[in-house]
Design a protein around this ligand. Sequence first.
Ligand code: KG4
Length: 334
Amino acid sequence: MLTLGIESSCDDTAAAVLQDSDTLLSSVISSQDNIHTRFGGVVPELASRRHLESINPVVQEALGRAGVSIRDIDLIAVTQGPGLIGSLLVGFSYAKAVSYVSKVPFIGVDHMAGHLLSVFLEDEKPQFPFVALIVSGGTSSLFLCISYSNFTLLGRTRDDAAGEAFDKVGKLIGLEYPGGPHVSRQAQAGNRKAISLPRAWLEEASLDFSFSGLKTAVLNHYNASKAKNEDLQIPDLCASFQEAVVEVLVEKTMLAIKKTSLATVVMGGGVSANLRLREMMKNRCDENGIRLFAPRPSFCTDNGAMIALAGYFQFQRTTPVQYNQDVYSRSQLG
Ligand code: KG4
């Protein structure tokens, strides 16, 4: 079975061709970072306009690299939500039109399900059930995953997502958008203990996250240093900030493992590409006899392969979407 996956929920136009559930024939991603970087964040209108220009070339390239044509495709899986409505509409309408003309069924996939299942694109696959930490620019959530379709939300961010906090801190200190990878690179040369920053643990036993207080603490530290004409060490600030985010993500995941009595952790989403997060999570999992699975960095950030995979599994249990269905901005997974 050949599935064409299409993703356009935010600022990357992506498409991939997946054979069955395990053979990725192609994956093409067209990034818009160069458009949004001068604004320090994604400008929705510019994002949807660029998606319009990129969607057909990206899909055609994915088909070409896979050595197939649209007539060979058995299913079109496309991100239906959550995300920016204008961006989503481009991919969703494109998939509808191609499906209608070429008579290939199409299915709308929740972007979060793509991140949750992206680890199954790797050779080493986890066994259900497991706890999943999904951290990206739009979400920081913990899920209990029972099967390919049964996900229960255990906790979520009450304000900023982890990636959003990385991006805002990056913008504050003048790094390029998206800030996450740049902050992380700066952090490699910094001292994690140089600046004392808060960790929002929230109520005891809560699996929710909160990163806006931390972001404000970084802002206050930055402004105070400037006002005093102090020599602010950007690497130290980045390392201290990153440590505060990562520590909370890791410890909340360990709490979720304790509460569910499970022994497997899965990570997904753009922030799970962060090396310090991977290192600390690995150490804590090893200490506790927990197995850790994380996709390679290119499957952590937005891609069409994870949408194809989630669509493939969804197609086994549901009928394709109707042409009158629409996109949605908030995740349906809780
Ligand atoms: O999953 P993704 O590509 O898009 C969303 O669905 O949001 O995640 C993008 C987010 C951005 O906030 C980006 O700064 C962050 O993931 N990110 C990172 C790293 N790589 C990407 N954050 C921290 N460290 C990284 N290495």
